[in-house]
Design a protein around this ligand. Structure first.
Ligand SMILES: [Zn+2]
Ligand SMILES: [Zn+2]
Length: 73
């Protein structure tokens, strides 16, 4: 089951934020538009990504992977 990166709850439905790439549930962001709570203000054309944005998304993914390995889930 997917886990929300913001509230850390396991949820049936998880979306991936278009801005930062972290996974979030309906309680933790704008699920329909695809932005987490942290990025709600970035609701805009997602073609406007900068190199810096991509780097942040990559770092978030690495952290998630380490988290999974540590828990041995
Ligand atoms: Zn959540
Ligand atoms: Zn986000």
């Amino acid at each position: 089951m997917p886990r929300c990166s913001i509230c850390r709850q396991v949820k049936d439905e998880i979306a991936t934020c278009k801005e930062c790439g972290q996974k979030f549930c309906r309680d933790c962001g704008n699920y329909n538009k695809g932005y987490c709570d942290d990025c709600k203000e970035y609701e805009k054309d997602d073609e406007e990504k900068t190199e810096e944005d991509k780097e942040v998304a990559h770092e978030v993914q690495e952290i998630e992977q380490e988290d999974i390995e540590a828990k041995g889930d």
